[in-house]
Ligand binder design. Structure first.
Ligand code: ACO
Length: 447
């Protein structure tokens, strides 16, 4: 190989706002040697800036599943997967989950600070003002088949919001309105989609109830049943929603940013994020965890069989609720949910055989070499479904609950991207592996 000439580097490198330039990483390939800037975020994450790589070398990077790719600079959520740390805007998830209501955390994610009492009051009133959906939208629900999955109804109806509530200019006051519409109407739509799946009349939002109490009321109240959401259930719903409120650049949030990068309206971006969240490997996992636990129960709790199936590469079975792209330690959200699940069941004086099965399965898995070596721990979805079940939330609503809880994070991420002066439309490259140019064949010559 020819000796490389002297290294090229970015001329006039400006650095990336909010980060510190550390130095250069040198890349040598064929007769080229280039220096790529290395920078560091506030918590010590280090990255090589390859934005000029193709221009300087003709090379692109290949990173299957983006496991090594930082897609944006963000100041919203911090995760250290090795240490099991999760923070929103610098606050530990444990502190937020134990002390804050969902609406307070939504404000934190959206505005970057915890609200004062006055700010929280104003934000809550705003949410209340925007809780109703246009009455004409209720006709949408009648068009779906009776057994339609509420997640399909939710994602489609969220996208349709733009037909009733056209885009607003993206200045601060209007962003507040769009956000309030998104958060509050999504909750109403979610509850209506549940009522639709049961063939029951809708229950409208009440001004006197808080965000989570309203959600429970719209789901469980009816004209023939008096229902008052208990403080215990309201507290548990707040907690589980806080735990799901954001999780940096996961599959669905990256989808929101990707779709948003084409400058589409917020409703369309959030709707596409919901579609991504639905998958069983992502937000849909909680439903599949419960189905798996039920299968184990019906199989006389043959834990060994399921552990072996999960380890067998030829078997498509995976231990649902285990493993995570980022966490190589216990997911802090799973720990809190496990405790809360016990507290709720205790207070309700309920028992659930599936909770015992989950705990036993976790115990066995965490002692198994396969799970230990691959650092597979329970993720947020291992216990969230069990908690929802304890609260009386049905199986097909679990991913919907997740989707509603994730809205503040997704809106904050969408807005951060919209305000980014260095914004670019997302457009990855590929490495083509198909046929080279072929001569076109008219129909009669094809075999
Ligand atoms: N059961 C059995 N083996 C697993 C599991 C699991 N749940 N998760 C990962 N592994 C194995 C993989 O087979 C792989 O083995 P290999 O190195 O021998 O090929 C290794 O662990 C690494 O796993 P990957 O699939 O490469 O990890 P990745 O980061 O791509 O996937 C994911 C993460 C999708 C969450 C995966 O762990 C999984 O499928 N878990 C089950 C579904 C689930 O619980 N999803 C919810 C995640 S949390 C959320 O999105 C809200």
């Amino acid at each position: 190989m020819a000796k490389p000439s002297s290294p090229q580097s970015h001329s006039n490198y400006q650095g990336i706002p909010g980060t510190k330039l550390l130095g250069n990483a040198r890349l040598t390939f064929e007769d080229k040697e280039i220096d790529l800037p290395v920078f560091e975020g506030t918590e010590g994450d280090r990255a090589v800036d390859i934005s000029q790589l193709r221009a300087m070398t003709g090379l692109v990077t290949f990173d299957n599943g983006f496991g090594n790719t930082g897609s944006c600079i963000s100041s919203i959520t911090y995760i250290n997967g090795e240490k099991g740390i999760l923070r929103y805007r610098g606050y530990d998830i444990e502190d937020l989950a134990r002390n804050c209501k969902f609406v307070e955390v939504a404000y934190l994610l959206l505005e970057g600070k915890l609200p004062t009492e006055k700010e929280l009051g104003e934000f809550s009133s705003y949410l209340n003002e925007h809780a109703l959906i246009h009455e004409d939208m209720t006709h949408f629900f009648t068009g779906y088949p009776r057994n339609a999955h509420p997640m399909a109804i939710l994602a489609a109806t969220i996208a349709s919001l733009s037909t009733f509530y056209p885009e607003l200019e993206d200045e601060h006051e209007n962003f507040k309105i769009t956000t309030a519409r998104m958060l509050s109407k999504a909750r109403t739509i979610a509850a209506f989609s549940y009522k639709k799946s049961r063939g029951e009349p809708f229950v409208y939002p009440r001004y006197d109830l808080s965000y989570c109490a309203n959600f429970l009321n719209m789901m469980f109240a009816s004209s023939i049943r008096n229902y008052e959401p208990t403080p215990l259930l309201v507290k548990a719903l707040n907690l589980v929603m806080v735990l799901h409120a954001d999780h940096e650049q996961n599959c669905s949030t990256s989808t929101v940013r990707m779709v948003g990068s084409g400058r589409v309206n917020l409703y369309a971006a959030i709707s596409s994020g919901m579609a991504a969240l639905w998958g069983p490997l992502h937000g849909g996992a909680s439903q599949h965890v419960l189905e798996m636990l039920e299968r184990i129960r019906q199989d006389d709790c043959n834990y060994k069989k399921y552990i072996e199936m999960a380890k067998d590469k030829k078997d498509p079975f995976r231990m649902m609720g285990f493993g995570h792209r980022i966490y190589k330690n216990y997911d802090p959200r799973a720990r809190i949910l496990k405790e809360t699940c016990d507290e709720v069941l205790d207070e309700l004086k309920h028992t659930d055989p599936l909770v015992d099965i989950a705990k036993r399965l976790e115990e066995i898995a965490l002692r198994d070499d396969y799970f230990v070596e691959k650092k597979l721990y329970p993720n947020v979805d291992f216990y969230s479904g069990l908690l929802y079940r304890a609260m009386g939330i049905p199986l097909n609503m679990m991913v919907v609950m997740f989707a509603i809880a994730r809205i503040p994070g997704q809106v904050a991420q969408w807005h951060e991207e919209a305000l980014d002066p260095n914004w670019k439309i997302w457009r990855p490259r590929q490495i083509y592996s198909g046929e080279s140019r072929r001569e076109f064949l008219p129909m009669e010559q094809r075999v």
